[in-house]
Design a binder for this molecule. Structure first.
Ligand SMILES: Cc1ncc(COP(=O)(O)O)c(C=O)c1O
Length: 368
């Protein structure tokens, strides 16, 4: 008799269970300061909380297809209607649903690295092959490499995914490069998880009207501050969205997140407050650390800042370990571009941000 392991599809064999260690740690030790997962330090607004409670009382009922909130999302983004919008349990689920429609085992997904890790997780689960095109690091600047993406295309390329702005680098790709990639006709996912921090004027959503192959993904986990609620969406052509929706798990988004999301979209004041708070703290931290010798601070249009401390003689991982001793969880980054000095911080509360500045300066300026 064969063992059950012999029945696993070959491409999932040996894939470890996804565990985000630092998030596990933060929930176990609430006294630690969570400055690692690009969460919002502000709790949900009163209006959102009231809606959560209102709909929690109706949790005995199945949710509908979210026509009201989808209509609202379409309206905010200048799209025709609810049929242009697909909902997911966070945008991570939205990629999964998109990937399922386009990708078969052995086919390729192009991503621009460094980038969000879930593209790879979802692509690999489907038997896809990730083709990573690195961004260019030159003169202390990190730049998108659209030429590199175009060159990496083969007849097996089924998806191209680019974040706008990118995590962890915090920058935007040039609008003309989005058009060049859209023109290939290959399904092109533009991940706009953080776009509200710079404003919807930076969104590439208008491309979805001209190019059926372009899909824009968004989330309420970042500027709206609802990461634990799990609500994400995709914007695109009706027919394409309809086809992807065909693969959705029925009731993939619950009643409470759908109506709370609507409340969040309507509470424009709460969003404006969170965006303003974040952007002024990004400026404050970037400025405060700009004079640490050997530290490269990357300009960010999101709720995190990337650093390279390689030239200080310290390693990024040592910086992260030191901060943890001081009660702050930061995000380590892999070695790249010949430097092991990378780390990323997420904007915290005012108090946390002042604390992290002191801890970073203290560690990076102290003699070994
Ligand atoms: C670029 C990017 N996209 C998407 C997400 C995930 O969003 P969600 O919480 O909606 O799954 C993240 C989270 O860190 C991210 O950095």
């Amino acid at each position: 008799m064969k063992k059950v392991e012999d029945y696993f599809v070959p491409w999932v064999k040996g894939i470890p269970m996804y565990i985000s260690g630092h998030i596990e740690l933060a929930w176990r030790k609430p006294e630690l300061h969570r400055m690692m997962s690009n969460e919002n330090p502000n709790p949900p607004s009163e209006k959102v909380l009231e809606t959560i409670i209102k709909y929690a009382k109706m949790a005995n009922r199945y949710p509908d297809q979210g026509l009201v909130v989808r209509g609202k999302i379409a309206e905010i983004n200048g799209l025709e209607g609810a049929d242009n919008v697909l909902l997911g349990n966070g945008s991570s689920e939205v990629y999964d649903n998109i990937f399922r429609i386009f990708l078969a085992p052995g086919e390729e997904v192009i991503q621009q690295t460094p980038c969000f890790g879930i593209y790879k997780l979802r692509g690999t689960i489907l038997g896809g092959k990730m083709v990573s095109v690195p961004m260019i690091y030159k003169d202390k600047k990190i730049l998108y490499d659209a030429d590199g993406i175009l060159k990496a295309i083969t007849d097996k390329t089924k998806i191209i995914v680019v974040a706008n702005p990118n995590n962890p680098t915090g920058n935007f790709m040039d609008a003309k490069d989005f058009v060049r990639i859209a023109e290939t006709g290959i399904p092109f996912i533009v991940d706009e998880a953080y776009v509200e921090y710079a404003g919807l004027g930076m969104s590439q959503v208008n491309l979805t009207k001209k190019y059926k192959n372009v899909l824009v993904t968004r989330t309420l986990s970042k500027s709206y501050g609802l990461a634990g609620m799990r609500f994400g969406y995709a914007l695109g052509d009706k027919e394409v969205i309809g086809q992807i929706a065909g693969a959705l798990l029925p009731w993939n988004v619950g009643t409470i997140p759908m109506w709370a999301a609507l409340a969040a979209f309507e509470d424009t004041e709460a969003l404006a407050y969170r965006v303003k708070f974040n952007n002024s703290e990004v400026d404050f931290i970037s400025e405060a650390l700009s004079d640490v010798p050997g530290l490269v601070v990357f300009p960010s249009k999101a709720n995190y800042i990337l650093f390279d401390c390689g030239a200080t003689g310290k390693k990024g991982k040592e910086m992260v370990a030191y901060a943890e001793e001081k009660g702050i969880i930061l995000r380590p980054e892999s070695e790249k571009y010949g430097s092991d000095g990378w780390f990323r911080i997420t904007i915290g509360t005012k108090e946390e941000n002042r604390m992290v500045i002191d801890v970073i300066r203290e560690f990076l300026t102290k003699k070994k």
